[in-house]
Design a binder for this molecule. Structure first.
Ligand SMILES: *Cc1c(COP(=O)(O)O)cnc(C)c1O
Length: 514
């Protein structure tokens, strides 16, 4: 096997030829194809059922579970895990996703029994430490954003967006302004923004971007009316630019009686440096799984707490933690509550522990430094590549991500997609492609603060070599890529729309005798 730049083995056999002993068999069979349903991986004593207490509801057919030995099961999952790219195996420069290193200290803390082994229905007197942790996390999220309240429980950024917009809707209903049915969304927004507004029954009015990649302030002012409920704005925006007129936008939105929802997924670029509350935001979700280094992207669940301004604080959902006479309490009902709860229990406890660990181990100065390093790294990538790639918005320095468009590929027969696939063969996860939509053939690169200069240089060397090769006419390398991945080009749309999640007993395998 040859080793590529990132040290990942690349000599993977084609489907069906995987030599025995190869750790990277491309066709990993299903559990049911490794073990059969007739045998069990464990020795159990023969049971003679003497007293059926199930009232006739006892199972009469076999369970149809695959019987594997422990090493067979172990190897199956380890082999599967090796087919994936992960932040632990190489750089993952996916823009807008903040794929930073997840410090192992976070994991150690999350596994403390007092956090890991508690149950959401335990009496609160027995989980005071966990509640204190939630209280502290809330405190620091509000401090970092200068906001009045926070709802911890949403389980993803998109879930947080929904909650924030529900709070805005509740606030306007309470003021007798239910007629506000329009939400302004810049064209550069993440798809979850218009989807959230539409899900709540709002009609979405797009706001164009200016030629320099920032939101057109005049277009926002022109679109404001007594019918507008809110604007959903991302800052830094998805072109990687800090909106220079964000305060003017907030002022105009408030003057029109509307609210400012901020998509905070890009908080990593400004945490500890800018407090969004100072910019006039009313609600913002914070992706703990991006900015605060809790595992995501197949590595773990998300957590999307939402901070709320003074005006929206009364519309926060339950539950929340409050200091009472006998210590911390979990408030699960309030009189006249507008929203109730948005999750069954209290949210992702493990993510809270990891996020607070990240905050406390960095300190206020360390968080600001992380944001500044993230911005520095993105500008380094941009500076190293801008002579070979095309930069759609050259007027501003970039924030935490470097954005290129596909005009440098004009006349090469290589598309953004082909280019991204070629990066896989070099051992890197592709950048974000075709987003933001306002840029033709966009390539959005977010290196994050956790990559070293050596890694950034290796990445930039590969990117430069690929760009030079594409321009010199070697399109075959790109259109055929990936050659060294376990799979070639996949029908990703079909995989997402029609996933096959259930093993069906093949017709030629008879149902076992009862
Ligand atoms: C990631 C992201 C979201 C959605 O967050 P999820 O946790 O994936 O639901 C929303 N907006 C932007 C700009 C993002 O980058």
């Amino acid at each position: 096997m040859s080793m590529n730049n990132q040290g990942r083995p690349t000599g993977i056999g084609t489907a069906g030829t995987g030599a025995s002993g190869s750790a990277l068999l491309p066709d990993e069979p299903l559990l049911f194809e490794i073990g059969d349903t007739e045998h069990s991986g464990v020795d159990l004593p023969e049971v003679t059922l003497t007293n059926d207490r199930l009232g006739g509801f006892g199972r009469s057919t076999r369970l149809d579970l695959a019987g594997l030995t422990e090493p067979e099961a172990m190897r199956h999952y380890v082999r599967l895990s090796r087919l994936n790219h992960s932040i632990d195996s190489g750089m993952y420069p996916l823009g807008s996703c903040t794929m930073k290193h997840n410090p192992r200290l976070n994991e150690k803390m999350a596994r403390l029994p007092g956090f890991a082994d508690i149950h959401p229905l335990q009496p609160v007197s027995t989980v005071q430490g966990a509640l204190e942790l939630m209280n502290q996390l809330s405190h620091w999220l509000m401090t970092l954003t200068n906001t009045a309240a926070v709802a911890l429980s949403p389980k993803a950024g998109a879930h947080g967006e929904l909650l924030g917009m529900m709070a805005i809707k509740a606030a306007q209903d309470a003021k007798g302004e239910a007629h506000r049915r329009i939400v302004l969304v810049p064209e550069s927004a993440h798809g979850t923004n218009p989807a959230t507004a539409a899900f709540l029954g709002y009609s979405v009015k797009p706001i164009p971007a200016r030629d320099d990649g920032t939101v057109d302030v005049q277009a926002v002012k022109d679109a404001l009316s007594p019918e507008v409920a809110a604007i959903m704005l991302t800052n830094p925006n998805t072109c990687g630019l800090f909106e220079p007129q964000v305060i003017e936008i907030a002022q105009a939105v408030h003057d029109a009686g509307a609210f400012f929802y901020c998509d905070g997924a890009n908080f990593n670029a400004i945490m500890g440096v800018v407090r969004p509350g100072d910019l006039g935001i009313d609600a913002m979700h914070i992706n703990l799984h991006k900015t605060f280094s809790t595992p995501h992207g197949g590595g773990g669940p998300g957590a999307g707490p939402v901070v709320l301004s003074e005006a929206l604080a009364p519309f926060a959902p339950v539950p929340f933690v409050r200091r009472g006479q006998d210590g911390l309490e979990l408030v699960e009902h309030v009189a006249g509550e507008a929203l109730g709860r948005v999750t069954a229990f209290h949210g992702q406890m493990g993510m809270y522990v990891r996020a607070l660990t990240y905050m406390l181990s960095h300190g206020a100065d360390g968080l600001a430094q992380a944001a500044e390093d993230a911005v520095l790294n993105a500008n380094y990538v941009k500076a190293r590549l801008e002579h070979l790639f095309s930069v759609p918005f050259p007027d501003y320095p970039t924030m935490h991500e470097a954005l290129f468009d596909d005009s440098f590929l004009n006349g090469t027969d290589v598309s953004t997609l082909d280019f991204a696939k070629a990066l896989i063969d070099e051992g890197f996860h592709p950048m974000t492609m075709y987003f933001p939509l306002v840029v033709h053939g966009a390539m959005l690169i977010e290196p994050t603060e956790s990559e070293s200069k050596q890694t950034l240089d290796r990445f930039c060397d590969v990117m430069a070599e690929l760009a030079t090769d594409a321009k010199s006419g070697n399109s075959a390398r790109f259109t055929a890529a990936p050659m060294k991945a376990p799979r070639r080009r996949l029908d990703e749309t079909r995989a997402a729309r029609q996933p096959i999640l259930k093993w069906e007993r093949p017709a030629d395998l008879p149902q076992a005798a009862e």
